[in-house]
Design a protein around this ligand. Sequence first.
Ligand SMILES: [Zn+2]
Length: 339
Amino acid sequence: MLSFHLVMYFSYLLTAFALFHGTSALVITDSPMKLAFHDAEKLQTLYEISLQQFEPSLTCISNDVGNSIPIYPCIALGASASGWAFAVDVSNRSRHEFEVKNEAEGNLRFEPVRALLATLNQRDIAMAGLGASTLAWHRQHQFCGLCGSRMVAVEAGGRRACTSETCRNRAYPRVDPVVIALVQDPVRDKILLGRQSVYRPMMYSCLAGYVGPCESLEEAVRREVKEESGIDVGEMSYHSSQPWPIGRGASCQMMVGFTATATSTEIHIDTNELEDCRWFSRAEVAEAEELVVARRPGPSDESSKTLSIPGPYAIAHHLIKNWLSTTKAPLQASGRNKL
Ligand SMILES: [Zn+2]
């Protein structure tokens, strides 16, 4: 990876900085909403933040302990023809210091990345997700898990390194694999969808769960579907994947999507995982409302009786829509018929 210092000190005029507060990103709320970027000069004049205050930098490492200079974790988001983009963590300041309203900068406000998934363009979603999840990982790995010494970000935030000369432990940003499955019953032409209690009323989605240690993706699909719904799964095939930057503990998940064929029909819900789980017909799914925001609270009609599914920002949407676009019962009958 290109040296962080070379980028910062020799090309900084071409750099742009996006600001993050917790898992929220600073956006320009004017239509269309977009990620707010500032150059180094604006950071200094508007917010009194200088490049010397960024971690990682040699200056910050030497001043890291026992110094009152505020330190702002900073990671590289990527490069384009117009220069480099970085994400800066300003969680140690009040968010109101950055939420300005003026003609030059527009209306600036911190918005949770979860809420931005359905509103930003693809480029800004990718950078907001990468910035929020990676900065959260850095916040959670301040000290070495082996020796307890302080760890610092290096390689433009690509990893953290223990500062102990005798330890030199390294830690890399975490990605959690998660399987998500569209389980279908080709005989009855129905799909299995579940809902969590945090969802908005009548919102259902595909079943999903974390991949366990030493478990294949296929094994994880079978186990998760069985645990949550009691349904057995036979044949399955990979469909697509999606990075999900707002996972548990602000971690980044890798959602791996499958279509799977059920070999049983009787549902036994694990109420610790799901509030409800049902088979839905093609007609019900075809009429489903697509939700921009899947979780409570939301503006939806609490008395709604119509099925709702996630909007296009979620891989579940595409798994469901893919099933809808296929003709009825395209697969060979499930293993249930062989028994
Ligand atoms: Zn260590």
